[in-house]
Design a protein around this ligand. Sequence first.
Ligand code: ATP
Length: 199
Amino acid sequence: MKLKSLIINGFKSFADKTQINFQDGITAVVGPNGSGKSNVIEAIRWVLGEQSAKNLRGEKMQDVIFAGTSNRAPLNRAEVEIIFDNKDRYLPINEDEIVIARRIYRNGDSEFLVNGKPVRLKDITSLMMDTGLGRESFSIISQGRVESIFNSKPEERRIIIEEVAGVLKYKKEKQKAQQELFETADHLDRVADIVIELQ
Ligand code: ATP
């Protein structure tokens, strides 16, 4: 899996549709203070399912929509698309290219799409889990995060290692299965009680 392109349209300072194509090797984004470097990274985090406006330096999610400038009117919609090369089938979708898109409107409506088809946030989260690019991923290290990882408790650091090692997904599935087993046992108990009452 390889990050091919990012298309940002109406997101934060990117009022105009802007496409960034990533080449092989290292890509560095340089620019003066306030020119929008962090907004590029936030666009990646947002399209991959970031749910906290605070983590995107806003108060509510609509704050990601271009808010206008002295000579340009605000926009009503923000859209980000991220395109992955999936020829190695790293993502479990049988397509050479995976396009994940997220849109939000001023009225609060929002949507996610994978290769043009509407999906739920949950689908994006589970698609990206263990790729290292998920919502709580460690591929994107924002300012201050390194320090907070160093200062985190051993249990929190363990979660980081589990995500990196790719076991977090299975742990979550195990938890879900255990919960279902617990509920099923509860139902069986109730059935047994009813059977006894009827005898
Ligand atoms: P630094 O080098 O100081 O960290 P940067 O290049 O990372 O800066 P960003 O923090 O990405 O810059 O961009 C900040 C700019 O984005 C500010 O000028 C801010 O006004 C603009 N901005 C943020 N949200 C919006 C929005 N919703 N609409 C329009 N502009 C926005």
